[in-house]
Design a protein around this ligand. Structure first.
Ligand SMILES: Nc1nc2c(ncn2[C@@H]2O[C@H](COP(=O)(O)OP(=O)(O)OP(=O)(O)O)[C@@H](O)[C@H]2O)c(=O)[nH]1
Length: 347
């Protein structure tokens, strides 16, 4: 009997749109049993694998760069490996690939639709693109990746509607419908959405889309053909850079929180994303912080440190046209100031 092809859902959306939040909710649904998850992150220190709650053998971190550029070969390798495992009898009923927020979907689509080994075992089920209602409009104005993600989607999902006015949400919805007349426009509240609305999207259909979509895919086909073995490090805006900080000693919460609030307020246009897993002085559990452009999201505590974790704080920022030194100076100053107050208070 011929084996059924395994459906692959590509979950995309700009930095901080809410992909991991939605994925966590989705993975709890019965329809998602035996789902393998591939996670890709931009930046040296991947944290998402720690934030996806169902961590087992079927969560694979594709971490050495961005999926649409340097890690494309990794995607193929991991899918081939999954195909072998399925062949060997392991139950793998679906695959979800969470891309980086900066991913251009065209090369990923191209890979999923043309690699013969991948095609023999998998079929593209659909591209699900999340758009943050709080910062989506500004992102579409400035980042071509976000425009491509929206235009190529099979399902569009508006997130963070609780942070946007009805008027700005309506304007964003209208812009998205113009960019992509074929994808249903859905909503998710803190990641909550019926899995059936996202799954079994029926594969990518170019019909009815903006003419640019066909051009992007065609360009990709040529690109792939000519530069198959080269790493394309320049795909992203040259001004975009991921910087990471590691702190050995526990951090004062006051300093970090004030700094993050200031950063979102004053540098939200340049600090596209902040993500951190922090060891806070006086706090047993790890604290996760998220910043997305002008929004500093409420921090949350994880239940416990992962067993093998060194308990050092790790913070990653994705900056646009902002030198690392500027961020570092501010961070160090706020931490020092908070530590001084701590010393005075306790001493
Ligand atoms: N207020 C609000 N916050 C949300 C919603 N959905 C997600 N968030 C928050 O947005 C922040 C970023 O969410 P993530 O799920 O990490 O976003 P992501 O797209 O995976 O981020 P990257 O992988 O860095 O691109 C977190 O603090 C979430 O709690 C929502 O509907 N409303």
């Amino acid at each position: 009997m011929k084996r059924e092809k395994i459906p692959v859902t590509v979950l995309t959306g700009f930095l901080g749109a809410g992909k991991t939040t939605l994925l966590n909710r989705l993975l709890k649904a019965p329809e998602m049993a035996d789902c393998a998850v591939l996670i890709n992150e931009f930046g040296e220190i991947g944290l998402d694998h720690l934030l996806v709650e169902r961590l087992d053998d079927d969560v694979v971190l594709l971490n050495a760069g961005c999926l649409c550029c340097t890690v494309r070969g990794d995607l193929v390798r991991v899918l081939r490996d999954l195909a072998l495992r399925a062949e060997g009898g392991q139950a793998i009923r679906r695959v979800v690939v969470e891309t980086t927020g900066l991913a251009d979907p065209a090369p990923i689509l191209q890979t999923l639709m043309t690699d013969p080994v991948v095609l023999s075992a998998f079929r593209l089920d659909g591209i699900v693109t999340l758009v943050d209602a709080a910062s989506g409009m500004a992102t579409l104005d400035t980042q071509i990746e976000a425009v491509k993600q929206a235009a190529m989607a099979d399902r569009l999902v508006l997130t963070k509607l609780d942070l946007a006015s009805p008027e700005s949400a309506a304007a964003l919805a209208a812009r998205l419908s113009a960019l992509n007349p074929v994808a249903p426009l859905l909503r998710a509240e803190h990641g909550a959405i019926a899995p059936a609305a996202l799954l079994d999207a029926g594969g990518f259909d170019p019909a009815g889309r903006l003419p640019a979509v066909a051009d992007w895919l065609a360009a990709e086909a040529g690109h792939h053909h000519h530069h198959d073995h080269h790493h394309d490090r320049n795909r992203h805006d040259a001004g975009i850079e991921a910087v990471s900080f590691v702190f050995d000693a526990p951090l004062p919460w006051d300093g970090v929180a004030t700094w993050l609030e200031m950063l979102a307020l004053t540098r939200g246009d340049s600090v596209l994303r902040v993500k951190g897993l922090l060891n806070i002085a006086g706090e047993e559990r790890p604290v996760v912080v998220h910043g997305v452009q002008h929004v500093f999201h409420p921090p949350l505590k994880l239940a416990a440190w992962p067993g093998d974790h060194d308990r050092k704080s790790r913070l990653t920022l994705v900056l646009r046209n902002l030198p690392r030194a500027v961020v570092e100076e501010g961070l160090v100053a706020f931490i020092r100031a908070a530590q001084d107050t701590m010393t005075i208070r306790t001493g």
